[in-house]
Design a protein around this ligand. Structure first.
Ligand SMILES: [Fe+2]
Length: 382
């Protein structure tokens, strides 16, 4: 067995209603003036009010930054840093999907470190320390609550990541009640994103390890079994709990055994055509699996029955797995052609060019993806 490193967050509190423990966590850690980082949609759904009620009972003076945008720009970080400094906040709380939690990670660092963000992109570039950080996901997908990665969109539309152990949160609260209001499309997109995290972690080339493998398998068991149920029955709290836990386990897996070709090819589609992250992953998923199949077939077959419960305990071929994923995407009513999100034939060279810039991800793919391969993959799903 190869040597490996595995890191994760030190404290996860899981269960419906556990959001009520937030004030106790704060007080125990001498947090009296947290800054909550979220988006306007989360605020409209009443979740900010829930936090404010929890805080007011314990005289915790929270500030709110609710301007996080999808695929967050760097501006979101520095607008929130301004508030954190002005209000003399003593902790950062991310509340929402991956965008809010990624901004929260960066704010916890830049609010107390006078660094140029351009020097921080890449792996292991952060130094010193960050503010206390609590993450509370309201979607079951990104796994951002347990990852050490924060992704931002530059003005050039390129996505850049800060990856550093310093970005692991101190505390994570998984309360499935906060995922009950998710619209069906977001439930489907984010559920597929979580599955992609586990699939890519399990098949990753350089840092595959037994702990991430175990987490990825359990994640796929939970996600595969429940993704169609939550799509059909949005108020099924048991299924929502399983999806949230599955998403977190997938996050713990891929932060140690990183994502690869699916994410590399999905990012340009997301950035250039403003496509939600889970949808862009879903669009390229089956074609990347086909491309990888010759090199990763045995690994895909090991997880096929977990991803697609109908394939469990059956003698299957790689095509059964690919068809199963295809059918799942159709059952969830997710678009499966690039044209459906506005991509034309002429856009493909630019998409492939940008995909090649995702070196951080491409090096993890089971087989090398070159420019012409990326073009062919995009052509196949046009
Ligand atoms: Fe993702």
């Amino acid at each position: 067995m190869n040597t490996f490193n595995f890191n994760s967050v030190p404290n996860i509190i899981s269960g419906p209603g556990k959001i009520n423990e937030l004030s106790n966590i704060c007080l125990k850690n001498q947090i009296f003036k947290p800054l909550v980082i979220t988006d306007s949609g989360i605020k409209e759904q009443g979740y900010v009010k829930i936090l404010e009620n929890i805080f007011s009972k314990k005289n915790i003076d929270a500030s709110i930054f609710d301007e996080v945008k999808a695929d967050p720009p760097e501006k979101n970080i520095f607008d929130a840093v301004y508030i954190a400094k002005k209000k003399k906040c003593d902790a950062i709380i991310g509340l929402g999907g991956g965008s809010s939690m990624d901004v929260a990670k960066a704010v916890s660092y830049f609010a107390i470190n006078d660094k140029n963000i351009k020097d921080c992109y890449g792996v292991g570039k952060l130094t010193l320390k960050r503010m206390p950080l609590i993450q509370i996901p309201t979607t079951a997908g990104t796994g951002s609550e347990v990852t050490n990665i924060a992704i931002f969109t530059l003005e050039s539309e390129q996505k850049m990541g800060i990856v550093d152990p310093l970005l692991y949160a101190d505390h994570v609260i998984l309360d499935a009640n906060l995922t009950l209001n998710l619209p069906n499309t977001i439930t489907a997109y984010s559920g597929i994103d979580a599955m992609v995290h586990a699939i890519e972690a399990y098949t990753t080339k350089l840092k595959k390890n037994p702990i991430s493998d175990s987490l990825a398998k359990e994640a796929l068991y939970l996600l595969g079994k429940n993704i169609k149920i939550v799509h059909r029955e949005p108020n099924n709290i048991k299924a929502r709990e399983s999806m949230l836990l599955g998403s977190t386990l997938a996050g713990m897996a891929f932060t140690n055994a990183p994502c690869a070709g699916v994410h590399a090819l999905a990012y340009p589609v997301g950035a250039l055509f403003k496509v939600p992250h889970g949808l862009s992953n879903s669009l390229v998923l089956t074609e990347v699996i086909k491309f990888n199949a010759n090199f990763a077939e045995s690994m895909y077959l090991e997880i096929a029955g977990l991803c697609i419960p109908e394939l469990k305990n059956k003698k299957i071929h790689i095509n059964d797995f690919i068809d199963g994923i295809d059918n799942l995407i159709r059952d969830l009513k997710i678009p499966n052609k690039l044209k459906e999100v506005g991509v034309n034939h002429n856009d493909i060279p630019k998409l492939a060019e940008d995909a090649m810039k995702q070196e951080r991800l491409l090096i993890n793919n089971p087989v090398k993806i070159e420019y012409k391969n990326a073009v062919n993959i995009y052509e196949a799903i046009l």
